[in-house]
Design a protein around this ligand. Sequence first.
Ligand code: IMP
Length: 421
Amino acid sequence: MSKVNVVLGCFYGDEGKGRTTDYLAQTCEVAVRASGGNNAGHTIEFNGKKFAMRLTPSGIFSGKTVAIIGNGVVLNPKVLINEINMLKENGVDVDTYLKISEKAHLIFPYHSEMDVMLESRRAHKIGTTKNGIGPAYCDKYERCGLRVEDLYKDSFKEDLRNQVAVKNYLLNCVDVNLDFDAIYDEYMRYAEILKPYVCDTISLIHRYIKEDKMIVCEGAQATLLDIDFGSYPYVTSSNPTIGGILTGSGISARDVGDVYGVIKAYSSRVGEGPYVTELTDETGDRIRDLGHEYGTVTGRPRRCGWLDLVALQYAIDINGINYINLNHLDTIGNFDTFKACIAYEIDGREVREFSTNEEFLRKAKPVYREFKGNFGDISKCRTFEELPAQAQEYVRFIEEYTGCFVKLIGTGADRECMIVR
Ligand code: IMP
């Protein structure tokens, strides 16, 4: 096992990254979240209860892992404080293990209002989570964002007053007028609560690397939602790919070891945008029901389809993935036969190179290979060899196609239903 392990989603999120992290957390001493905000929702099972984590790295549940919210995260303090309280109520030692980067940008109520206003006026809706993620990243790059460390500066009041005035001016068109005093008082309360957790996480991570501590970086969202490498504009506003792990934490490229790419045996997408292998028929509905493909936080039904190996190869190349974690093998095994996309047909030509060009994706017709299903109950299989031959054949095909080893296989909903190779 190498020092810094990275866990990334390969498609549109919701691949089950929490499982890989959970597995790595058994040996890791530090868990880092580097990008995104409370648009993410990771479901974790702990002490027989289910938790929907939005910001805190799920490694914190191990009871021995330092959980770091890195500088690349956009942080909604209200959501984080609720999460802290919930963790404490469930016996998690948050005070010892949670660290928040002083450089993380804060989300304010005006960011969510801007998100709602902008989405309502878009000709082509993105289907954002309306949590203010895009507007908060806009402010970061516009250099008017307020960071966690600003909460403790004398200039905070004036800077916030200025921002509320600017945003009220922009929100005037939808009759929103935010109250500066209320926001200021609210954020001063948050500042007090969060203070013990705030530190320079960049130098802390460097210290841990020098001490040879085992680190896992928990990706949020996924490759095809990346602002640069995803299906723009139907993406999130950060880099949930390998580059975002580095810039959102301070970890250097030299220190990255294994990169785990997480996929499902089929695919899903929330929100708008092209999706080549989407099934809008009853097969798609059946995948949704069998895989319980409804949003962790919102309950939104997800769009579902077959696995897209063309897009997977792209995710592997972008991120330098060397291990695949394949989830929901049991789910796909419920079908008599199922498919995976091995090429796209575009204007009568077969291609295997992926592109996020919108016209390319709209034109692309999936070329499928069919596989035998009916795996039976595979939830008790603990080795690859125990899997039925047709399930092994599917896994081997993914490996041959991508040249990437499938190291972890999810065979059921429970934590133990996992094959490690
Ligand atoms: P935003 O990140 O709220 O701006 O939303 C942009 C797009 O990314 C929308 O289509 C969302 O549904 C999608 N998205 C954001 N976060 C996640 C996630 O954690 N899982 C799946 N989709 C997400």
